[in-house]
Design a protein around this ligand. Structure first.
Ligand code: FAD
Length: 304
C-alpha cells in the first residue's frame, strides 16, 4: 500500500511526486510519459534561444530525481481510479493494480486545435496556444486570436497591451453579457470578427498571416506575426468525474490547498483550472503534495 499515488507526468504530477518523495512518503507516480504539454517552445525570427526557458528545462531536475528512484515511477495509462473503503485502487491499461492511502490527480488537459493547414508546421514558429507564455514576445506586432469564449477574450485583452493590432476571430457570436466583451469592443487596437472561420495559417518558416472566411462568406488574407489558438480545452478528468466534484466543463474543483470534494484526494494543474503555465503548475503540484502529507499525518495520528 503506497502513501500516495500521483497520476500524470506533466509539471504538476512530476513536482507533486518529487515533493512527496522529499517528504519521505511512499510514493508512486503513474504517467503515460514524462513532460505532458511542456514539449512546446516558441521560436521567433528575431528572438535568441537564450531568452527562452522551456518547461522541460524547468522540470528536468525533478524528473532526473524520479528517473534515479525508478521504483517510484510506472509508465502506463491509468484506466481506473476509485475509492475502496479507506484507501484507493488504481488500475492501469496493462492490467497492473496499485493501492494507496491518498491520490493526487494531475492528468492535465487537451488543447483544442484549429485543424487547418499550416497549424502543425508553424506551431512554435509564431503559432501558440498560450498567451501567458508567449504574449509578451509580440510587442508592437500584429497578432490574431482564434476563439470566442473566456480564454479567447482574456487573450485578446492581454495581447492588446503588447501588440500593435489584435484581430479576434471568433467562430461564434461573442456573448453580450460576458464582462470582457464590452471592454474588448472599446479597445482601439482590437478588431473583432464574429462568425469568422480561420482556413489557413500562412508562412514559410514563421507565421506571416491567416486566411479567414468572414460571416458573409468572403475570404480575406490578414497579415500577422502571431496566432494564438484559444478554443476551449478539455480537462482529462474522465477517471474521477463520477465520484469527484467537477465544474460544468469537467475541471476538478479544488480548494486553496488542492483538496477536492473527496477526503484524501488532491488535484493540481490544468485538470483543475486553466492557468496554463508550467511555473504555476509546479507550485500547485508542490502544494498538493504538502496537503497529501498533512492528510496522511492526520490518518497516522488517528490510527495510532
Ligand atoms: C502548445 C502549448 C504550448 C504551451 N507553452 C507553454 C509555455 O511556453 N510556457 C508555459 O509556462 N506553459 C505553456 N503551456 C501550458 C503548459 O504546458 C500546461 O499548462 C502544463 O503542461 C499543464 O501541466 P499539467 O501537469 O497540469 O498537465 P499536462 O502537462 O497536460 O500533463 C498531464 C499528463 O498526464 C497524462 N495523463 C492524462 N491522463 C492520464 C491517465 N489516465 N493515465 C496516465 N497519464 C495520464 C497526460 O497524457 C499528460 O502527459 C503550453 C501548452 C500548450 C498546449
Amino acid at each position: 500500500m503506497y502513501d500516495v499515488i500521483v497520476i500524470g507526468g506533466g509539471p504538476a504530477g512530476i513536482t507533486a511526486a518529487a515533493m512527496a518523495i522529499n517528504r519521505r512518503l511512499d510514493t508512486l507516480i503513474i504517467a503515460e510519459q514524462w513532460g505532458g504539454q511542456t514539449a512546446y517552445t516558441m521560436q521567433l525570427q528575431d528572438k535568441e534561444t537564450y531568452e527562452v526557458i522551456t518547461g522541460e528545462e524547468l522540470l528536468s531536475r525533478f524528473r532526473q530525481q524520479l528517473d534515479y528512484l525508478d521504483f517510484c515511477r510506472h509508465f502506463d495509462w491509468v484506466a481506473k481510479a476509485e475509492p475502496a473503503d479507506d484507501h484507493f485502487i488504481v488500475q492501469t491499461e496493462d492490467g497492473d493494480q496499485f493501492e494507496s492511502l491518498s491520490l493526487i490527480i494531475a492528468t492535465g488537459a487537451k488543447p483544442q486545435r484549429l485543424e487547418v493547414p499550416g497549424e502543425e508546421r508553424l506551431a512554435g514558429q509564431g503559432l501558440s496556444y498560450s498567451v501567458v507564455a508567449h504574449g509578451a514576445l509580440f510587442l508592437g506586432k500584429d497578432v490574431a486570436v482564434v476563439g470566442t469564449y473566456r480564454r479567447a477574450q482574456l487573450a485578446a485583452c492581454e495581447l492588446s497591451q503588447y501588440a500593435h493590432q489584435v484581430y479576434l476571430f471568433a467562430p461564434e457570436l461573442l456573448p453580450a453579457d460576458w464582462p470582457l466583451v464590452p471592454v474588448l469592443r472599446r479597445l482601439e487596437n482590437v478588431k473583432i470578427h464574429e462568425g469568422a472561420t480561420v482556413l489557413e495559417v500562412k508562412g514559410e518558416h514563421f507565421v506571416e498571416g491567416v486566411v479567414v472566411q468572414t460571416v458573409d462568406g468572403a475570404t480575406m488574407d490578414v497579415p500577422v506575426k502571431g496566432v494564438f489558438v484559444k478554443l476551449p480545452r478539455k480537462p482529462n478528468s474522465e477517471l474521477v468525474r463520477d465520484w469527484l466534484e467537477c465544474d460544468h466543463e469537467g475541471r476538478i474543483k479544488v480548494n486553496l490547498y488542492g483538496g477536492t470534494s473527496y477526503p484524501g484526494v488532491f488535484a493540481a494543474g490544468d485538470v483543475t483550472h486553466m492557468s496554463e503555465q508550467v511555473l504555476v503548475h509546479i507550485g500547485e503540484g508542490a502544494k498538493a503534495a504538502a496537503e497529501a502529507h498533512g492528510y496522511l499525518l492526520g490518518l497516522k495520528a488517528r490510527d495510532g
